[in-house]
Write a protein that binds this ligand. Sequence first.
Ligand SMILES: Cc1cc2nc3c(=O)[nH]c(=O)nc-3n(C[C@H](O)[C@H](O)[C@H](O)COP(=O)(O)OP(=O)(O)OC[C@H]3O[C@@H](n4cnc5c(N)ncnc54)[C@H](O)[C@@H]3O)c2cc1C
Length: 388
Amino acid sequence: MATKQVLVIGGGVTGCAIAHDLTLRGVEVTVVERGELASGTTGRCSAFLHSGSRYAVTDPEAADECIAENQIMRKVMPSGMIEPDDGLFILLKGDDPAYADQWFQGCADAGITAKEISPAEVARREPLVTREISRAAITPDAVIEALRFALVFAATARVNGAHFLPYSEVQDFLMDADRVIGLKLKNRVTGELFELRGDAVINAAGPWVGEISSLIGIRIPLSMSPGVHVIIGKRLVNHTINLIRKPASGDFAYPQGPQTILGTTSWTVENCDHLRAPKEHITNTLRDGEVIIPSLRKYPVLSVNAATRPLIAKPGANERELSRKFEVFDHAEINGVESFVTIGGGKLTIARAMAEKTCDVVCKKLGVDAPCRTASTPMVSWRRFYVG
Ligand SMILES: Cc1cc2nc3c(=O)[nH]c(=O)nc-3n(C[C@H](O)[C@H](O)[C@H](O)COP(=O)(O)OP(=O)(O)OC[C@H]3O[C@@H](n4cnc5c(N)ncnc54)[C@H](O)[C@@H]3O)c2cc1C
């Protein structure tokens, strides 16, 4: 059987993880990305390797997925990719003690280690964090560097033969009746128009999946929900610090290299190009950050960024109530369009699992009988994306 060729739209962590998965199954892959790799949501997300504890009460399925992938990533990522500090969850004095009980139980149910420590131990580990704490726990949450995280998948895929075309914008589909047979693209550096053909096309364009699918009249039920981060120019904490509360705005602070990042907020937009961080989201994030680190204002704000979560929409639910789960849309089944699959929703932490589900669907369509091997295959350094 001739080698199957798949085109992947989007060079965020999802597209890169898909390329890695497919190359291991012997499929030829080309990833097209209109900017640089990870220039969309991936490069500007909080970059927690979630343990799932954040979702232990409100979204147990997401918690299960996160802890499973957290453990797999620790095995297959190259060393040095995951900062060694753990997560620290704190219950502020005055916050709901019953919620904390539910949270500890939720972690236990999901198999997430949440080791209770005393407020005195928090003070020893985190001198700048508030003393207004009644309970605290250490969890296997961690920080990664999002660009490098995506590049590890891309580098491994490239070493295994995948092609990456940055600055290549999808402008339309090539169709043969109801079958997608390729893409029409524009090179955003030279302006050149060109076409690529493939046996299947995967739409992994994050918050832009709806825009892509609308080119052939397909609507994806996606809610585009941006969030803001405020970056402080000094490392003030040693752990990723979350409040033991229902996930809400301004409930975490974490270290990244020499900086501290505060986040995040949420609202909805119709179009996530040219995203701006609303002023009140910045002031509210600083206000909420001060609750966790009271001396915060002594240090400079280096920058602010905003990125958009691609969330699966649910009628009547607000952004915080929408699950961080993902969905694979086989457009042959849903819309009668063959050889076209969209992956929507999800999180960076679970990109590998999202790729596995997507590639299972696509490989079945293509008659490729090869199991997913990404859960046990060690990946190469992100640097090899550039040096081979
Ligand atoms: C504020 C915020 C904080 C978050 N924090 C975390 C966290 O701590 N941990 C976690 O696990 N997850 C987190 N997430 C979620 C996570 O960032 C996303 O789920 C993930 O990065 C999405 O990756 P993606 O590859 O699907 O999308 P993207 O990274 O957006 O990639 C899609 C790509 O498609 C490209 N594209 C768009 N249109 C075209 C076109 N016409 N032609 C070619 N290419 C195109 C874009 O340029 C983009 O690079 C956060 C999200 C937000 C917004």
